[in-house]
Design a protein around this ligand. Structure first.
Ligand SMILES: [Zn+2]
Length: 364
């Protein structure tokens, strides 16, 4: 641990869906954790008054954690640190300093323990040895059938992924519902290729769905997982993904097939085209399965009754977070990336005796 006080400033990422952006100040160093964009359309973190930052660590490559890298010029263009798999997915054209997938790294003389989050290719949790210890979980889950995870290590203060509030719905219920629709006939599943897309496709293959289709970004993502990023996978999954690559055909607009395509909110790309093609038809079923931002194609189709929303967990359930708090021995817990007001009581009960807070400035 570092001598003396360290401070955490929450720039964005608590009290509602907002981009991840946190600032740690310790030993005269200023380290930013994530610099995201959205998910609400047009929402950037306000870094105008942040001043000069010495290093930026990116936990995983999703837009809401890494989508505002252009804002670095407002904070003195700090060097970027990330795991190798994430570094390969945030193509800035410059050298990125590599942190271990699991182990102990170092940023400007500050030791940082890392491990995999199970949420996205190469996604890392970060345990910063500052103050009494700060664990930043980024987005995380133990439920993924594709992405492996490492147990987080103890820390006094934990920023955890509270995206799902007090929901404790088991993944098995969600899988069962989506499988039932897939087995009834045609189905379009709009997904992010670097997240739950490969998970859903693999799950359906395991359950005997053979009429699968995947669009180009999905195929590229699966190929990359097999060929380059296999360290992020659970044991045995690489071989299964090779099978999936052979089984799933390119998208051919067949309304009786099960099509897994991108992007997740169908605002552009292949899913925008397919949604427009099939909007007036009754087949295939369309199931959105991640956060549905307002004023998107996904939002419009769900409200019109042409599509349905069925969650596929890529963030922790409440009981999973309670276990994380217990195992890490956290004394202070900050639930991030979702609404907090409606769930504060549930969080306090689940995480007791830890204190639960969304204060914007915390002494570590
Ligand atoms: Zn994410």
């Amino acid at each position: 641990m570092t001598d003396g006080n360290a401070t955490l400033r929450i720039i964005s990422g608590v009290d509602g869906k907002s981009p991840a952006c946190f600032l740690v100040e310790a030993e005269g160093r200023r380290i930013m954790l994530d610099l995201g964009y959205g998910p609400p359309v047009g929402m950037y973190p306000d870094v105008d008054d942040v001043g000069k930052v010495d290093a930026l660590i990116i936990g995983h490559s999703h837009k809401d954690h890494a989508g505002s890298l252009h804002l670095r010029e407002k904070i003195g263009n700090p060097p970027i640190y990330a795991g190798a798999i994430v570094a390969g997915r945030i193509d800035t054209g410059e050298t990125i300093n590599i942190l271990p997938l699991k182990g102990v790294g170092e940023v400007l003389g500050i030791a940082i323990e890392t491990g995999r989050t199970g949420h996205a290719p190469g996604g890392l949790w970060l345990n910063l040895k500052v103050g009494k210890g700060l664990l930043y979980m980024s987005d995380h889950t133990v439920d993924s059938i594709v992405y492996d995870w490492d147990q987080a290590t103890p820390a006094h203060t934990v920023l955890l992924d509270g995206s799902y509030g007090d929901s404790d719905e088991p993944m098995a219920d969600q899988q069962r519902d989506i499988l039932a629709i897939a087995k009834r006939g045609g189905l379009l599943l709009p997904v992010p290729a670097d997240g739950r897309g490969p998970e859903i496709a693999l799950y359906l293959m395991r359950e005997g769905v053979t009429n699968l289709r995947m669009d180009a970004p999905m195929r590229a993502s699966v190929k990359r997982l097999i060929e380059i990023d296999s360290d992020t996978l659970r044991p045995g999954v690489r071989e299964e993904l090779q099978e999936l690559e052979k089984l799933a055909l390119p998208v051919d607009d067949d309304p009786t097939a099960v099509t897994v395509a991108c992007p997740a909110a169908a605002g552009s790309g292949e899913t925008a085209r397919l949604a427009a093609l099939w909007e007036k038809e009754t087949m295939p079923a369309i199931v959105f399965n991640g956060f549905v931002p307002e004023n998107t194609t996904a939002d419009r189709l769900v409200k019109a009754g042409r599509a349905v929303y069925r969650c596929w967990n890529v963030h922790p359930r409440l009981s999973e977070n309670a276990e994380l708090v217990r195992v890490t021995g956290a004394k202070v817990v900050v639930p991030c990336f979702g609404e907090t007001a409606p769930y504060m009581e549930a969080f306090r009960k689940a995480f007791a005796p830890a204190e639960v807070t969304i204060d914007r400035v915390l002494t570590l």
